[in-house]
Design a protein around this ligand. Structure first.
Ligand code: PEP
Ligand code: MG
Length: 926
């Protein structure tokens, strides 16, 4: 057996309040509270090391000498309280509580009123002059001790208790008299004896030793082990439980006694006012059990039996905040007019309260700006930026997809973009666009909808990226839903919903619900503005926005973006008026035809860019030249084939009609009939039908010609710009002419031209040659200098490997980590997240979804290499990130560490990113 070589038992006055590993969270806290002068009931802690030694011991005994130390501490407690443990005249009662380094609520056990037996009970009754109180305490102790320390099931006690309540015709415990409670305790003693084969232990020290062992054993109990597994609590986080032995204080000693819980500030609003509730003449578990309705804390001042207690509680609140520099959630008991603080911990608050209390506590001089920033988890700001589901409403979801764009929305389901526009924009309904997946041609449906739900696609799918940019909720890849566009309905398991049925989506959790669930609106408060202003002072990384429209740009600026890090120009073609021109550009058979379409697009794009420059001036606007596979703009091949089939059927009908009308013409001489026949024939005009067939067939040929097995790895990005130079040239001209217009109008502009999918310096040199010659023309025309910068996306593995060569041609690098992740893993960004990735995550093969959390080990390594090699070639190379990871806090911390200059994310995530950038700077080394 281990002998006691180190100290394992610590009075609250001597334990190290910071050593949670040794004393457990609760024990360390009780020590700290005692040492800062709070009125904590006297007690001591037995260390977690003693627990581990006991659990390791082969003979099931406590470490030698441990109980001697416990005896010594009990004698000290007797001195502090003036009571005696086991003394029938003035008995000392204690609670025995567990507490490990990590909080594991309700997972381990607590015993109250330990030290009671037949004799001490009489002492309690004499001292309190309250037999009911005495018997009530006794029966509670027997049951708790019986259950926790001796393993007697609750049901055995409950049965007896119910029998007595029934005989007394009462429903609640409070209705029982002293003599009835006495009967309860006697029956409980018999229950224990019957279950254990031994009389209930009456020696207080024997009780204490059994209780200590029981608490230690509870560490290895199934409940605690399952909890640790569930919440990934590893031995280095918490190993063993401490035991806290604390003098009992009673809130149920009469009307000058009470028990309560309070927050030092309001956890829902952050208001600087004590918030909580109490129960007069009650014990802590009565509050928890909800048997009686507690009173709001501001009524305490009116309790005539407890004068001055409200002021004492206020003083306690000030002391707690002054010491912990954090809002506290504390428990208190008032025993005969004496206030005790039993426990305190940092208060859990919603994000609105977190932000308000942070700002106000800085203004009150309680915490520094740095502390204010660090106490708020960046992700939690989403609650303040997006509507969320009312947490009080409990409804089961019908499907689970990916949380593709945060926020919640309800509306009627519609299954195509045109219907969304009709029912949403024109008829004023709230609609949710439900699709298998979305394409650029659906964009008008996005504008008309409250939110988007797709049954396929990942977090970087078209639906996800576009919804995020617009700040609309999106659940993507909800594979349990099967969408039938033709019947305008969707099936989910046994349920289904059709067009017009109300559904709710929660893009923050990825859940889908049938029916309307109320949402809570977001609230961008003035305090959040102040807080984020401080964040910007601390951060090294700048935060830019991914924004494609002036509206997106305006919102991201309001949220504090200092420029646009990515404007996806293909998104600008997502417009019903422009799409036909874009299609003409794509299907053009000759360069002249293509140029004709481009000439019509040029002024539109110039206007797009000019608006972005104006909204963002004087900040930089980074415009990416066209990227996606061009066939994305063309109609779907299946749809085309179906339409062609219908046209051919129509053509046959038209032929029949011609024959018929000839016959009818011969038979019917009446003018009226001839007129009708003529108009029918015009309707089925074979020539028009033939022309329509011709056009459709041409389109089908083009769609087939452009078909790629792997479009994401195909004819996109700069490859498109090299093979169809006139497209990039048009965009470059539009950017530079828009910039020239702004310069002439006295608007400060900093356009940045960015080339996507680059894998070799030759590609960059080629595009740069377009830029240089067009720039020379634009400058000559404008008669003024037109500034611009030229840079590249880094989203291809080879681009990382050749970063030095690419840096020679670039003023900036912008990591496209969506594609870079796809390339590094060879995981399709379109499919992986709803095929094998969840399995990889669940089985622990991959910790995170790499499309959400930057894969620091692999993709991050490529990025570091690219930054180092790029800056070696060009020391002032400006480097940022514009993949979806740019708005993800842990990924932002990596970007800070890797020496990036900026992150760019969708507008609504800008506040989150600003706070994350400050966190990175405050925690990071650089
Ligand atoms: C990327 O690949 O990270 C990126 C920003 O580009 P996109 O998502 O448009 O391919
Ligand atoms: Mg990309």
């Amino acid at each position: 057996m281990d002998t006691l070589t180190t100290k394992h038992v610590f009075a609250f006055e001597e334990g190290d309040g910071k050593n949670k590993r040794l004393l457990g969270g609760k024990g360390a806290n009780l020590c700290e509270m005692t040492q800062i002068g709070l009125n904590v009931p006297p007690g001591f802690v037995i260390s977690t090391d003693a627990c581990l030694a006991y659990l390791d011991s082969p003979d099931g005994n406590l470490t030698a000498g441990l109980m001697d130390d416990v005896h010594a501490q009990m004698r000290a407690l007797e001195q502090k309280t003036g009571k005696g443990f086991g003394d029938p005249d003035n008995p000392l009662l204690v609670s025995v509580r567990s507490g490990s380094a990590m909080s594991m609520p309700g997972m381990m056990d607590t015993i109250l009123n330990l030290g009671l037996n037949a004799e001490t009970l009489q002492g309690v009754i004499r001292a309190t002059d309250d037999p009911r109180f005495g018997y009530d305490a006794y029966r509670r102790f027997i049951q708790l001790f019986g259950k926790v320390a001796l393993g007697v099931p609750d049901a055995a006690f409950d049965k007896e208790f119910e029998a007595i309540k029934e005989a007394a015709h009462v429903k609640q415990d409070v209705g029982l008299s002293a003599s009835e409670l006495k009967q309860v305790s006697e029956r409980f003693l018999r229950v224990v004896e019957a279950a254990t084969g031994r009389p209930f232990p009456s020696d207080p020290y024997e009780q204490l030793e059994i209780a200590i062992k029981a608490v230690f054993n509870s560490w290895g109990g199934k409940r605690a082990v399952d909890y640790r597994r569930q919440f990934n609590i590893t031995p280095d986080m918490a190993n063993g439980t401490a035991v806290n032995v604390v003098t009992m204080v009673f809130g149920n000693r009469g009307y000058d006694s009470a028990t309560g819980v309070a927050f030092t500030r309001n956890p829902a609003t952050g208001e600087n006012k004590l918030y909580g509730e109490y129960l007069v003449n009650a014990q802590g578990e009565d509050v928890v059990a909800g048997i009686r309705t507690p009173t709001a804390i501001d009524q305490l001042a009116n309790e005539s039996a407890m004068p001055g207690l409200a002021a004492q509680l206020d003083a306690l609140r000030d002391k707690l905040e002054a010491h912990y520099h954090e809002v506290q959630d504390f428990e208190f008991t008032i025993e005969r007019g004496q206030l005790y603080c039993l426990q305190t911990r940092n208060g859990k608050m919603n994000s609105i309260a977190m932000v308000r209390t942070s700002v106000e506590m800085v203004q009150e001089g309680l915490i520094t700006k740095e502390q204010a920033l660090l106490r708020i988890a960046p992700e939690s700001l989403e609650q303040m930026l997006f509507p969320h589901l009312d947490p009080t409403v409990k409804v089961e979801p019908v499907a689970q997809g990916l949380s593709a764009s945060p926020g919640a929305a309800s509306g009627i389901a519609v299954f195509d973009a045109d219907r969304a526009e009709l029912l949403g924009k024109e008829q004023g309904n709230k609609v949710i666009l439900v699709r298998e997946e979305t394409k650029p041609e659906d964009i008008h449906g996005f504008f008309a909808s409250e939110g988007i739900l797709t049954s396929r696609g990942g977090k970087t799918s078209h639906a996800a990226v576009v919804a995020r940019g617009m700040g609309k909720p999106c659940v993507a890849g909800a594979e349990g839903i099967s969408v039938d566009v033709n019947r305008r309905e969707a099936r989910v398991g046994l349920a289904s919903f059709k067009e017009g049925d109300v559904i709710t989506i929660d893009g923050t959790s990825g859940k889908v619900y049938l029916g309307a669930i109320p949402t809570v609106e977001p609230d961008f408060t003035p305090e959040l503005d102040t807080l984020l202003g401080w964040a910007d002072e601390m951060a090294r990384l700048k935060v830019m926005a991914n924004a494609d429209t002036p509206n997106d740009a305006r919102r991201s600026r309001r949220y504090g973006a200092v420029g646009i890090g990515l404007a996806r120009t293909e998104r600008m073609f997502n417009d019903v008026a422009r799409l036909p021109i874009v299609i003409e550009m794509i299907v053009a058979e000759t360069p002249e035809q293509r140029q004709e379409a481009l000439d019509r697009l040029l002024p539109l794009q110039r206007q797009d860019f000019r608006e972005l420059f104006e909204v963002m001036s004087p900040y930089p606007v980074t415009i990416r030249l066209l990227d996606p596979p061009i066939h994305e703009f063309l109609p779907n091949e299946d749809v085309l084939r179906r339409e062609l089939k219908e046209l051919h059927a129509l053509s046959q009908a038209a032929y029949g009609m011609t024959v018929l009308s000839g016959t009818m013409g011969l038979l019917h001489k009446s003018d009226k009939v001839r007129e009708d026949v003529d108009s029918m024939r015009r309707l089925f005009d074979p020539a028009m039908i033939e022309e329509a067939i011709g056009k459709k067939e041409a389109m089908l040929r083009k769609v087939r010609a452009l078909y790629e097995t792997n479009p994401m790895l195909g004819h996109r990005g700069v490859r498109l710009g090299i093979t169809f130079p006139e497209i990039y040239q048009m965009q470059i001209r539009a950017i530079l002419e828009a910039a020239a217009d702004c310069v002439k109008a006295g608007i400060e502009v900093h356009p940045q031209i960015k080339v996507p999918q680059v894998c070799t310096a030759q590609e960059l040199r080629k595009v740069r040659s377009f830029v240089d010659s067009i720039h020379a023309e634009v400058v000559a025309d404008a008669g003024q200098a037109v500034p611009f910068k030229f840079g590249t996306m880094i989203e291809v593995v080879r681009a990382c490997m050749l970063a030095d060569a690419l840096a020679e041609e670039s003023e900036f690098f912008s990591f496209g980590t969506n594609d870079l992740t796809q390339a590094a893993f060879s995981f399709s960004r379109e499919d992986a997240e709803n095929k094998f990735l969840p399995f990889y995550n669940q089985s622990g093969i991959l910790q995170d979804n790499p499309f959400e959390t930057l894969d620091v080990k692999g993709v991050g390594k490529l990025m570091r290499l690219a930054v180092d090699w790029g800056r070696t070639a060009k020391p002032d190379l400006h480097v940022g990130i514009c993949g979806e990871h740019g708005g993800h806090p842990a990924s932002i911390a990596f970007c800070h560490d890797a020496g990036l200059d900026y992150v760019s994310c969708s507008g609504p995530r800008v506040p989150v990113a600003r706070l994350a950038a400050a966190h990175a700077a405050l925690k990071g080394a650089r």
